[in-house]
Design a protein around this ligand. Structure first.
Ligand SMILES: Nc1nc2c(ncn2[C@@H]2O[C@H](COP(=O)(O)OP(=O)(O)O[C@H]3O[C@H](CO)[C@@H](O)[C@H](O)[C@@H]3O)[C@@H](O)[C@H]2O)c(=O)[nH]1
Length: 260
């Protein structure tokens, strides 16, 4: 099996069944791995109940408490590599990311030469629906701030709808990825960029969740603000590229592009 969609969950019982059903209804041969952090609302139980319906295609990893989005994805990446997947996706549980767009991210990697495809809100054709003003400000402000500090040529650095090719995840040393909140999203892209992988931004429409609540917090914001400075400092003075490479990397031409 080629394609694995990783869905991290914390209290998503109202969304998880319909998002999983929607992915499998695409009939595009995706497997799904849910990483649940001991959600008190019974998200994991809802997944277990679905596993008989989607036997061999739906998997669940349970962790003991809310350990953060970043470590949930790292857990999922390790699982994906151990189980042989070639294209590994990040996607939220709450329909902010439209599962119909998975295939466009896949095609950018499989047929258009991307090593990482980002579902981007900030390239031509991308947009956001129904977000409150403060979220717009944090997100767009965060994108501009990240570009100013790091020079990373990515328009949507905090995006969480992504397709990674296996070689990218095999190359990145997960022990060097340190952020647990949404700063993790910036850090992964920064690592892939510094290692010379080809990154493409694919326009998507991001729709604010209709059910449940965001897990955004002040701590997550703070980690983002200081985290961006930290990774840039590491890359300028501490041989970041060497630290973040799990294996010696072939020379890959750096290129970041928008695909329409
Ligand atoms: N396992 C686990 N899952 C978590 C945790 N925190 C959040 N999640 C899950 O991660 C997904 C995204 O969390 P939300 O709280 O819904 O994110 P958001 O505020 O809508 O943020 C979106 O925008 C951010 C900034 O642009 C993005 O970085 C993020 O990925 C997401 O797309 C959801 O499926 C949620 O259940 C955690 O600690 N552990």
């Amino acid at each position: 099996m080629e394609k694995l969609v990783i869905i991290p969950t914390y209290n998503e019982v109202e969304n998880i069944v319909s998002i999983v059903d929607t992915v499998f209804a695409l009939n595009q041969n995706y497997h799904v791995l849910v990483i649940d952090d001991g959600s008190p609302d019974g998200t994991a139980l809802a997944v277990k109940n679905l596993m008989t319906k989607y036997k061999g295609c739906l998997f669940l990893e349970e962790r003991e408490g809310k350990l953060g989005l970043g470590t949930a994805y790292i857990h999922g990446f390790r699982w994906a590599l151990a189980n042989g997947y070639q294209y590994i996706f990040e996607m939220d549980a709450d329909f902010s990311h439209n599962p119909n767009d998975l295939e466009r991210l896949y095609e950018a990697c499989k047929y258009n030469g991307a090593d990482v495809a980002i579902g981007s809100r900030y390239v031509r054709g991308g947009k956001i629906e129904n977000w409150p003003l403060d979220r717009h400000l944090y997100s767009k402000g965060g994108a501009i701030y990240t570009r100013i500090i790091t020079f990373m040529p990515i328009n949507d650095p905090t995006a969480g709808f992504i397709c990674y090719t296996r070689k990218v995840l095999q190359t990145i040393n997960f022990d060097a990825i340190t952020f647990v909140g949404y700063a993790f999203q910036i850090e992964m892209k920064f690592a892939a960029w510094k290692l010379g992988f080809k990154i493409k931004e694919v326009p998507i429409t991001f729709i604010d969740r209709k059910i449940g609540v965001s897990k955004m917090s002040k701590g997550i914001l703070k980690e983002g603000v200081f985290g961006v400075i930290k990774i840039q400092w590491l890359s300028m003075f501490k041989n970041y590229r060497k630290k973040v490479a799990a294996i010696s990397t072939p020379e890959i031409v750096q290129q970041v592009t928008d695909v329409q």
